[in-house]
Design a protein around this ligand. Structure first.
Ligand code: SF4
Length: 174
């Protein structure tokens, strides 16, 4: 069964927490898009999987709720005493996501994580071109308008682990 394959892949790759919910329990908020618009990460309008290029809230919501189930994943990472490990943490999370994508490449799933799509460097959006690989586009949870803070609280998952530890959230839709 697909669920068992996904759980086996999640356990093999290695995450710290996961919760299984219905797709309709995902939380979307215009406030998240408003934060994206402040462009602190530099992806606003510069990545096809981030707003406004990822579409409006309804389009983003529909992309995820086209699936029935969601498994929310969390990897808790230490950012360093002076946040000096932030970039390395991002690479580690990207690696975990790629391992998971590889394991489930033949399955009808949608996997999203933090940050914009990193399939090409740079994203075609930076030069105002259409996405080079629409079928392989990697969606961002925040860039799709998901309210991870509220969702993590509701699911009793670790968003802020204290002592410079934070949760990096990802989702598998199926
Ligand atoms: S596949 Fe390439 S062009 Fe398309 S969103 Fe991802 S990085 Fe951008």
């Amino acid at each position: 069964m697909l669920r068992e394959k996904i759980i086996a892949a999640i356990e093999a790759v290695g995450f710290d927490e996961y919760r299984e919910i219905e797709a309709t329990e995902l939380i979307f908020s215009e406030d998240v898009f408003a934060s994206c618009k402040a462009n602190t990460c530099g992806n606003y309008g510069k990545n096809h999987s981030c707003p406004p290029l990822s579409g409006d809230m309804q389009k983003n919501r529909n992309r995820f709720t086209a699936y029935k189930q969601a498994i929310i994943l969390n990897k808790i990472m230490f950012l360093g005493n002076y946040y000096e490990k932030m970039e390395a943490c991002g690479h580690t999370v990207a690696h975990l996501l790629n391992c998971l994508r590889e394991s489930l490449s033949d399955e009808p799933v949608l996997i999203a994580g933090p940050g914009g799509c990193d399939h090409c460097d740079p994203c075609a959006a930076k030069t105002d071109e259409p996405c080079h690989f629409p079928d392989q586009k990697r969606y961002s949870m925040e860039g799709s308008g998901m309210d991870i803070v509220t969702l993590s609280r509701r699911l009793n998952m670790t968003y802020n682990g204290g002592d410079k530890k934070v949760g990096f959230f990802m989702v598998v839709m199926y």
